[in-house]
Every structure is written in C-alpha cells, then in structure tokens.
Write a protein that binds this ligand. Structure first.
Ligand code: DGJ
Length: 604
C-alpha cells in the first residue's frame, strides 16, 4: 500500500508544465519521487538537463557514503567529509557502471551502523547518471540526481512529455543498518517482480569458470550429473553456445544454437539435463554484436558508431542501438524463438562493454543527445516484453559482473551477478558495499575453484560456501576436479543453504564489522524479522599469532528470549548475545570461516 501525490506546476514564462510524482511507502519508510515535463507550448523545447530530484538539507555536517570501484572490485564503500563546493558521482559509460553506483548516503559524523541520522537517495535507472552533492557557503547541503547531463540533449516536441527516472529516498534515525533495511525491504517488495520475487530461486551451477568457451555436450552433462547428485537444481550454460562463438571475437548477435559444438540440438541436451531432475538456464548478451557475425554483416548500421570514424571496440564487440525499434524487434524475435522452442528456465542477461560512440543512425544530428537514454529505455522495453511473455523464466542481470547493479535492472531480474571476482575474500568487501543499498536476495554469488581464477588465492571450501550463502548461492567450478570429500562438503552447504533460505533471503542483514577498515575478521549476521532465528557468519581475513579473541555482539534478537546455539548446543538469553556478546574459539590458518545458528526457544 502506498499513497501517491502529484504536484503539477506551470512555468508562466516558458509555458512548460512540470509534474512531480511522490509515492509514500510508510511500511518501508521510503518516498519515491519522479518528475515529468510536458511541452504544451506552441513550439519545440530542448532539455539540456533532466534531473529527477533535489534534496536540500539546511543544517548538519553531513558526510558522504558512496560506492566507487572497478571491474572485479565493485562497490567499495567509501565515507568522506563533504568539501565546500560541488562533488559529483557519475557514470558516462552508458550503464550505471562498475565505477560508481547510482546510490549515495548522507550521514552525520556520529552516525554508525546502529545510531544516528542518515539519508539515502537511489536512482531506479541503469544508464549514465549523476549525483551532485553541494556544500554551500551557508553550510547547507544540496543533493541533485538524475540522468547524466554531459551527453544528454532531448528535443521535446509540442504535445510530448519526458519522464525522469524515479528516485528512492529514505531516512533513518537509527543508523546505517536501519537505512539498509529500508532499502532491502522496499526492493524485495516493490522493485522485484514476477514469480521469483517470492518463490525460492533454484540453486544453480554455471559452467563459465569450469570450461570458459571450451565445452562439449558431454562435459556439460558431466557437470550437470555431478551437480544434481549434490542437490544443485539447475545447470546454466554460459557464453559460447551460439553462432560461431568459440572466443570473444565472434558470434555475438547470432542467437541460434551451434549444434556442431553441442553435438546435437539444444532440446536433446536440455532433455538429458531435465531427466537428471535439473532445470536448464542459458546465457545471452542481446545488446551486443561482434563484427564477425551474420547480424553485423546484415545490419552494420544497427551498431552505435559515429559516421566516418572507426568505432572504439570493447571486448572485441560493438553495442547495438537499443533505442531502435527494429533492433528491439529482432532481439525479441530471436529470444522469443529461443525461449519458446526450448524448455529454458533461466536467462543470464549479460552486457560486457561500456558504451562509446553513442551515435544512432536513425536520429537527426541535433537529436544525438537522446541516443544514450533511448538505449536504456530500449533495453527496458525489450525486457518488459520478454518478462511478460515468459513469466516463469528467472532472469539474472549481469554486466561483466556487477557493472549494472541497480534498481532499473532489478525490476526485470530479481538477482544480478555481483562481480566477476569470485574470490571469497574479495567478495567480502564487494558484498559488504552492495549490502548498504541492496538486499542479499539480489546478489548473485557462487562457490568457485581454488586457486581462484581472478586473484590466484586459495581459500577453504567452507569459507567460499559461507560467503556465497550470503547471496543467491550457486556453484561455478568443475566438480570433476574435486575429490569426494569436497563434493560432500558442497552437498552439505547446499542442504544448509536450503534450510537457511527464508532467513537469508527474507530476514534482516546486519553488518557486524566494517569489511574494509577491519582487517582482522569480517562478521555479518541475519536475523528473522520476528527474532526467532539468527545466523552469524565470521571469516578471518588476516589470522594473528597469539590472537585477540573474536568477540561479536549479535543484533535483531529479542532481549527476553532464550536462544539455543545449535553447533555447541548452548543456551543464551537474547540480551546476553546482544549486549554481552558471543566469543568465538580461536580460528587459525588461511581464511577460516564459521557459521553459528541461533534459534529462539519455542520457535523450532
Ligand atoms: C561476463 C560475466 O560476468 C561472466 O560471468 C561470464 O558470463 C562472461 N561475461 C561470459 O562472456
């Protein structure tokens, strides 16, 4: 339930009308705001800037928390004092990007996880964006956010209107954890849609880090068979199954099955996988094209590129002009055929380059400033059609890992691959940063092989499991290379994850340490909303000789209740766990991890 408010204003000088839309979501403590500009004048108007919201705070020594990063290192939370003047967080990359996230928090200096005031602003938008924060001469703070203005120019004809992306505003007077809970609750309830908003999502195994492009049907069946034995519920066939796609240079755009590579048709592969009791999912990257593809040969003008100039390549590929209706129609038809002719349960929707040469061959020169925004509207339009036509298919977003991790994409895919870095220790920071604004149910996380393919680091299998469980949990490794004991351990992790699923996906998430500043260990916790159960997770990041005890205070419990900790079979009062705390035994070795499960007496 939400209350809506529309404020309409007319500018007597230009004759333009502005409508401000507010939604008040009392339960989650979120106010949504978007704006629409209507041209009811006699002529054409040019919009040079289209920002969604402006927040003026007349008092307070606010600090900024934002989420910078890079590929394989997304959303590294950073907190700093505001300087006098304007500071800007933005993406000019055509997507929300690995480098910045369309989310920022203002917090007072004394604000911590559990105490103090903070304000959040998050764009429901996946394209180039900007968030400007200005500290004025009078110590006031102004935050303005919306579509990135540098590449933007929109011609608004008479009678047309332009809608600016929605912003989610929230306030917490009880610290950063409270703000994160507001966003997590709101996104789970009002942004994510479709069947998998509430239904448990299948535990998947993805073949990417197991095989990369080098797979055969036999290999895939072997992975699926071994995975099924462990309790994994779906095989996801990643990049390389279509066109002439055996490496990065070829095939993107040609969304027909490479039967030669699969040694048969896709349906016979899926049938065998289904017979093992497993679902089947597949990878696509619809927005892109390789020059070496049938699609590019037939429609070179469908790619974004500036006439007369060599386009800049990214991962050997070009981006299609997603704003064009015929491009959307071609992709819809290709994906509709794929999904209707094969029993596919899941789509991983990837996007592996930043946009450059943002020039559309169908827009007049003076309209080129529209191409970037039209691109992302085209992506949404295509996803809208597909998710409506195939409501049972689970979509997972991806962009070279978490390069488009935002609420725009979460409207279509309730989970997004969090990062291409699957190293459990690096993931602690990435998932920590992501948790400030997004629910754990949105974070794609997998157990992968060691030494890790991105960092070369080795971590215990248990640690990889504990970290992946604080996300959607899946596997991405060649199970044939594991020994029996390791496979058994994964099977146990899967059983645990299934048992903890409602708590992890629907409970409240608590950051117990600062994953960036606290270098000894990282601790985090889940508590069910009714305080009936809790799961404590600790990973030692840097083991000490003669170690200081690891002592954590739990959160979200009921003071007066008695809790049984299942591993050691000991009883504690909620007050003791929250105010006295819980001391762990000494943990030695490389990156050990532990989990403790607490259940309230009488609620088992
Ligand atoms: C980038 C993704 O993040 C990876 O998981 C994988 O799907 C590759 N693309 C495939 O090209």
């Amino acid at each position: 339930m939400a209350l809506s408010l529309v404020i309409q204003m007319r500018d007597p000088v230009t004759g333009l009308t502005l409508r401000l839309y507010y939604g008040v979501f009392e339960k989650e403590d979120v106010i949504t705001r978007s704006a629409e500009i209507l041209n009811e004048t006699a002529g054409t108007v040019q919009l040079h800037k289209a920002l969604s919201a402006c927040l003026d705070i007349p008092f307070g020594d606010w600090e900024l928390i934002h989420f910078p990063g890079r590929h394989c290192m997304e959303r590294q939370a950073e907190r700093r004092k505001l300087m006098d003047g304007i500071q800007k967080i933005s993406s000019r990359r055509g997507s929300s990007s690995h480098q910045h996230n369309p989310f920022a928090i203002l917090a007072l200096p004394e604000t911590s996880e559990d105490y103090g005031e903070c304000l959040g602003a998050m764009l429901v938008y996946s394209g180039s964006f900007q968030i400007e924060i200005e500290k004025t001469q009078m110590r006031a703070v102004r935050m303005v956010l919306g579509i990135q203005e540098e590449q933007f120019l929109w011609k608004l004809e008479r009678g047309e209107s332009f809608v600016m992306p929605e912003v989610l505003l929230s306030y917490s007077g009880r610290g950063l954890t409270g703000l994160s809970h507001n966003y997590a609750d709101f996104i789970r309830e009002h942004i994510c849609r479709g069947k998998y908003k509430k239904a448990r999502r299948p535990i998947l195994i993805n073949n990417w880090e197991a095989t990369y492009f080098d797979f055969t049907a036999e290999k895939l069946l072997d992975i699926a068979e071994k995975a099924g034995e462990l309790g994994i519920e779906m095989l996801v066939l990643d990049d390389g199954w279509f066109g002439r796609r055996d490496c990065e240079t070829d095939g993107l755009g040609d969304w027909y099955v490479n039967e030669e590579k699969l040694g048969g048709n896709l349906n016979s592969l899926i049938e065998k996988i289904n017979k093992m009791g497993m679902k089947f999912g597949i990878w696509v990257e619809p927005e892109m094209v390789n020059e070496d593809s049938d699609l590019y040969k037939a429609h070179p003008d469908w790619a974004l590129s500036v006439p007369g100039r060599e386009p800049v390549m990214g991962r050997c590929q070009l981006a299609l002009d997603m704003g064009r209706q015929e491009v959307q129609d071609y992709l819809y038809e290709a994906l509709r055929t794929l999904l209707s002719e094969h029993p596919i349960d899941y789509i991983k929707w990837d996007m592996n380059r930043n946009l450059s040469d943002i020039y559309s061959r169908v827009l007049a020169p003076e309209r080129q400033g529209e191409a970037g925004h039209r691109y992302i509207l085209g992506v949404y339009a295509l996803l809208e059609r597909l998710t409506e036509a195939f409501p049972d298919v689970l979509f997972e977003g991806c962009s070279g890992g978490g390069g488009r991790f935002d609420c725009g994409m979460l409207c279509y895919s309730p989970q997004i691959w969090c990062s291409d870095d699957t190293d459990a220790i690096a993931r602690l920071k990435i998932q920590y940063g992501t948790s400030f604004g997004y629910p754990v149910s949105a974070m794609g996380a997998h157990v992968s092989a060691c030494p890790n393919h991105q960092t070369g680091r080795s971590t215990p299998l248990r640690t990889r499991g504990v970290v992946a469980m604080s996300g959607t949990f899946g596997c991405e490794l060649d199970l044939a290379l594991l020994d029996e004991a390791e496979r058994q351990e994964i099977a146990e992790q899967i059983d645990q994850f299934k048992a903890y699923y409602p708590l992890i996906q629907w409970g409240d998430y608590y950051r117990l340490t600062d994953a960036i500043a606290d270098t000894y260990f990282t601790a985090w916790q889940f508590a069910s909303k009714d305080g009936a159960e809790a799961l404590l997770n600790v990973v030692v990041v840097s083991p000490q000789a003669n170690p200081t005890p690891i002592h954590v205070r739990l959160k979200g419990l009921r003071e007066e209740a008695v809790y049984l900790e299942k591993t050691e079979g000991k009883y504690y009062s909620g007050a003791a766990l929250m105010y006295g705390g819980f001391t762990l035994p000494i943990l030695k070795g490389d990156y050990p991890a532990v989990q403790y499960y607490f259940v309230k007496e009488g609620s088992e």
